[in-house]
Ligand binder design. Structure first.
Ligand code: PNW
Length: 470
């Protein structure tokens, strides 16, 4: 039997654009994701979040399902353009009411709300008129929006996450252009990342100076990172794996814990990497009360000789961050894959948690997302998602092992509470522990949800997998 600490937070997560729908209702204006998804060819089958899971209208039913599951915490995000349609100025009361009602409904069922302020749906006007995350003024716009949320919800909400996965915003939004706002650039990822960090810092400053003491909550940021296992014991491969982690997670976590980007990034990126002002450092350093981690997969990392024939290595990119680090990433053919083609490697999660603990001084840590996509089928009212159940079991067991090894992990949120709009991949990937029939919008707990419910109830589970995998 694997037993978790008494106050371990058992949670599940979603995000606004992925589930809410009601895209043009309740006074909401378009975000960059509405715009992106409406450009033909940008998403699978040109799908969008107009309706999504219709959570905006069905939130009570959804909270009821959460209560049935025994969920302790629910992480969701706020659609900025529901609160401030233009991203600045006027507040939309209907938007405030929606989230306020959702929070009340959660609390009524003893479910602790965890709010993400930004999960990629920037108000479109801030993109078209203000250049989005490239404009230094965004930090003030974001802090103002964040303050509206603290003011209206902070009496009841005690767990705040400023940004979800700035790495994805920077790399997929500004480097590869596969996510909104669809920019393909070699240097913009560094510029956007910089403003994302500054924006996080300013929002935290507002919370700490004006709300934290009175409201008694915590605030932090969620970063994503995969594990990088050195391909061989050669020092250059060990260094390559470390370098890859620093370019991935250190890029965002080092400024927050140490006040600047990792040295290896300064050395390799040079002048293309922006500098923090003294005021930025003051706002950013020490600006997270906990370490929020989204974790999905792992790969092997090997050093690449910069003079090697490019056909021989898997370094990909556009002359930007991937070439800056020059690490060859591969996977083990024995690893099982999800339908995202992400390898299932629970021990990678343990090693990453230990790496974070070692590097950043064992901060209180939460896995704010972990989960897998599968080709689920609803048959006779049942979804037999055995691989997802094993995925969650394996990763949770790896988490427990990390805790036993001294890591200060305090909670785990499975991604996702229900199937939803998987960004550029539309509705083609199912990550939920609840199945959503997109014709009827009916929700059905998958077998993984039934397993999770038992695990929550028992604060642990009987381990049924191979010890070697964790
Ligand atoms: C996360 N990658 O996204 C997001 O926070 C969720 O909104 C999303 O649905 C979930 O993971 C599953 O994809 C990621 O390419 C998207 O490395 C892409 C990557 C990582 C995370």
């Amino acid at each position: 039997m694997i037993q978790f600490p008494n106050d371990f937070v058992w949670g599940s997560a979603t995000s606004s654009y992925q589930i809410e729908g009601a895209a043009a209702e309740g006074g909401r204006a378009w975000s960059i994701w509405d715009a992106h998804a409406h450009i033909p060819g940008r998403t699978h089958n040109n799908e969008n979040g107009n309706v999504a899971c219709d959570h905006y209208h069905r939130y009570k039913e959804d909270v009821k399902l959460m209560a049935d599951l025994g969920l302790k915490a629910y992480r969701f995000s706020i659609s900025w353009s529901r609160i401030q349609p233009d991203g600045q100025g006027e507040i939309n009361q209907e938007g405030i009411d929606f989230y306020s009602n959702l929070i009340d409904e959660l609390l009524k069922h003893n479910i602790t709300p965890w709010i993400t302020l930004y999960h990629w749906d920037l108000p479109l006007a801030l993109q078209t008129e203000k250049d989005g995350w490239l404009n230094p003024d965004i930090a003030d716009f974001f802090a103002t929006y964040a303050e509206i949320c603290f003011k209206h919800f902070g009496d009841r909400v005690k767990n705040w996450i400023t940004l979800n996965e700035p790495w994805v915003v920077a790399i997929l939004g500004y480097g590869e252009g596969v996510f909104a706002p669809g920019r393909k650039s070699k240097d913009e990822p560094y510029l956007a990342a910089h403003q994302l960090l500054r924006s996080h810092g300013k929002a935290v400053k507002v919370y700490r100076e004006k709300y934290q003491e009175k409201q008694g909550g915590k605030i932090g940021i969620t970063n994503n990172c995969d594990w990088r296992e050195p391909l061989t014991n050669k020092p250059e491969d060990i260094e390559a794996a470390e370098r890859s982690l620093l370019f991935f997670l250190g890029w965002f976590a080092d400024p927050i814990y140490f006040g600047d980007y990792p040295k290896v990034m300064r050395d390799r990126v040079g002048d293309r990497l922006p500098k923090f002002s003294a005021e930025d450092v003051e706002n950013i350093k020490g600006s997270s009360d906990f370490f929020g981690l989204n974790h999905y997969t792992a790969s092997y990392a090997a050093d690449v000789d910069p003079n090697a024939n490019d056909d021989d290595v898997t370094v990909y990119g556009n002359g930007g961050i991937f070439e800056d680090q020059y690490v060859d990433l591969t996977s083990d053919p024995k690893w099982k894959m999800t339908t995202m083609n992400w390898a299932i490697v629970p021990w990678g999660c343990r090693k990453l948690l230990e790496w974070i603990s070692d590097r950043y001084g064992n901060p209180p840590t939460y896995i704010t997302e972990n989960g897998c996509s599968l080709d689920d089928k609803l048959e006779n009212g049942e979804v037999k998602d055995t691989i997802r159940k094993e995925f969650v079991e394996g990763y949770l067991a790896a988490c427990k092992k990390a805790i036993d090894n001294g890591v200060n992990l305090q909670g785990y949120f499975v991604w996702s509470f229900m199937d939803n709009f998987e960004w550029a991949l539309g509705y083609s990937k199912r990550f939920g522990i609840h199945y959503v029939d997109y014709e009827t919008l009916e929700r059905t707990p998958k077998n993984s949800a039934l397993w999770f419910k038992e695990a929550i109830k028992n604060n642990g589970f009987e381990f049924s997998l191979n010890e070697r995998d964790i």
